[in-house]
Design a protein around this ligand. Structure first.
Ligand code: COA
Length: 538
């Protein structure tokens, strides 16, 4: 056993200040999640009741196995954007359990602008499909959508990662053998008609569910033909005549039961073997994380204090503990699953990058999933370090992260700046899941630093032209907007709103969220057969 001995003084003023600050952040997170979940206009709730429809959350309650976890993805997508009411980008999504099987659920919320799809709604759908493809997860689409949100159609329709990609991915997923089951619970118009059309099996609710390429108003305008939604694309027509749908349900409850049955009939997915041991609680209370993480991002703390509250028995077998100390690496278990953890204890030097590269190779060879705890300001800069080859050593780490084929999971527990974001498995490095803490900040560099760079560049330009350097007033005019933009765009809520991550989590839940993420990842092979890395610059 290599148990981490915590040196945290829970009675200190610093601990108490940090704890209070994080508690407040977590309270804000919970308020915002509750608002995204429940805040809907009276008009839309009345319309739902009038149509005898269940809310999305009630649909999920009936669809998923009782008392099983739902790993929600993008719960605060589109937060603060559009009219600030397109909660979760208009779609509830996440991994739930049906008949004991992990399944991605993607459900339109009809109480948000008729379930129409906004640009960030498209991005969220594509993210869900990526999760399915990377983790070999079946998907259930609960469709109740007026299709594209027409005022923003130019941002939804034409480009490579716009709406058409959703149906393209459905075809690719079908070829990959990923089961896709649709329940038609509202209108599926135009592009929306393709989601059921491209699925393996379609359950169709009588009365409220309809599929058509052009709805009744469009048909009337185009051809003069007057027809009701039920006649044009209802359950009876599509289950008896056209064959577009496969199962007719009398109501939503029956439809959801039918979807459950479709999942039950799927051949058992093969789960990857990962030698799991019995889970043990950490020796220290995870709520102490609140007091450890400084409320000032720039104040350092020991990442091993975080690891001690995430891993089973606080047992951490540290790799190369005396070398490259600004990066902590080691083996541990989370809810019994073996993991290799990399966590930052300061800026990345050549030694830390080399150590990371070796550790990532070790885990990849051994089939051990990687967990990155990201709190990083970047790689070291300066003449001596450039001469020492920091760029090529940083490259080795980035190369290893990009090409390691074991599942990778990232938690941004603090800063995520510069190339440090890449080396520590930022979004572009395809971690299977990426979660953040409410104190997280992200950017190419901090706002002050970016502003200083721009001031220096301008002053160098003026010197070349034989002019006086900028006055203090002009410096502030340049710096102000840069610092303000970095503060706004570096914020955890801005990040999650734009789906740069899979969600902000309460630090206390990190252990559970990671275990659920690992469990989902085990639906796909643990590693690529084509093992190996690219060329490491030596
Ligand atoms: N784009 C933008 N807004 C839309 C929309 C669309 N495609 N479809 C519906 N909305 C808006 C409505 O204007 C309304 O907004 P409001 O609450 O601010 O008044 C809200 O969504 C709800 O629509 P409403 O028609 O009152 O609700 P409903 O439950 O009776 O019907 C739909 C919902 C989606 C079935 C119905 O609105 C509809 O048929 N929409 C058009 C579908 C279509 O032709 N889409 C083609 C796009 S590919």
């Amino acid at each position: 056993m290599a148990v981490i001995r915590s040196t945290i003084d829970t009675q200190s003023t610093t601990y108490k200040e940090n704890h209070a600050a994080m508690k407040e952040r977590v309270a804000t997170l919970k308020e915002r999640l509750a608002e995204a979940r429940d805040s809907r206009s009276e008009k839309s709730k009345a319309r739902l009741a009038e149509q005898n429809k269940l809310s999305v959350r009630k649909r999920l309650d009936r669809l998923l196995d009782r008392n099983t976890p739902f790993l929600e993805v993008g719960a605060l997508a589109a937060y603060g954007q559009y009219d600030k009411k397109v909660h979760a980008a208009g779609t509830v999504a996440g991994i739930g359990v049906i008949h004991g099987r992990e399944v991605m659920i993607h459900a339109n919320d009809p109480t948000i602008k008729g379930g129409t799809v906004y640009p960030l709604g498209v991005k969220k759908s594509l993210r869900c499909q990526t999760i399915c493809m990377e983790n070999n997860l079946p998907v259930v689409y609960l469709i109740d959508s007026g299709g594209a949100f027409l005022p923003l159609q130019s941002e939804i329709f034409p480009d490579v990662d716009d709406g058409g990609r959703i149906f393209y991915n459905q075809a690719v997923m079908s070829k990959m053998g990923i089961p896709q089951i649709s329940a038609v619970m509202g209108l599926c118009t135009a592009g929306g008609a393709y989601i059921p059309a491209m699925s393996d099996e379609v359950v169709h609710v009588k009365g409220t569910g309809a599929i058509f390429l052009g709805g009744p108003p469009l048909v009337k305008a185009a051809t003069g033909e007057e027809v009701s939604a039920e006649e044009l694309g209802g359950a009876d027509l599509h289950c008896r005549e056209s064959g577009v749908s496969d199962y007719k349900a009398e109501d939503e409850a029956q439809a959801l039961a039918m979807v459950r049955e479709c999942v039950r009939q799927l051949p058992g997915g093969c789960r990857s073997e990962l030698a799991r041991e019995e889970s043990q609680e950490p020796l220290y209370d995870p709520e102490e994380l609140y007091g450890i993480v400084s409320h000032e991002l720039k104040t350092p703390y020991d990442v091993k204090e975080i690891i001690a509250r995430l891993v089973d028995g606080s047992d951490f077998h540290e790799f190369k503990p005396l070398y490259g100390s600004t990066l902590v690496c080691g083996f541990a278990r989370i809810h019994g699953y073996p993991v290799g953890i990399l966590g930052n204890n300061g800026i990345l030097f050549s030694e830390s990058a080399l150590k990371a590269t070796q550790f990532i190779q070790l885990c990849d060879r051994r089939g051990i999933p990687l967990v990155f705890l990201q709190n990083i300001n970047g790689y070291i800069i300066g003449k001596a370090y450039e001469a020492g080859g920091i760029t090529k050593d940083g490259h080795k780490m980035v190369n290893a992260v990009a090409t390691a084929s074991v599942p990778k999971f990232t938690v941004m527990v603090g800063a995520s700046f510069g190339a440090g974001n890449y080396g520590m498995c930022g979004r572009a490095y395809s971690p299977r899941f990426l979660w953040t803490w409410p104190c997280h900040e992200i950017g190419v560099m901090g706002g002050e630093q970016a502003a200083d760079v721009l001031v220096t560049v301008k002053n160098d330009q003026l010197t070349r032209q034989g002019q006086e350097p900028l006055s203090e007033e002009m410096v502030q005019q340049i710096k102000g907007p840069v610092v303000d933009a970095a503060r706004k765009e570096g914020d955890a809520y801005y990040s999650t709103s734009n789906l740069w991550d899979d969600g902000i989590i309460d630090p206390v839940d990190t252990r559970t969220v990671l275990a659920l993420s690992i469990s989902a990842a085990l639906n796909a092979p643990l590693r690529d057969d084509k093992e190996g890395f690219g060329v490491f610059r030596m």
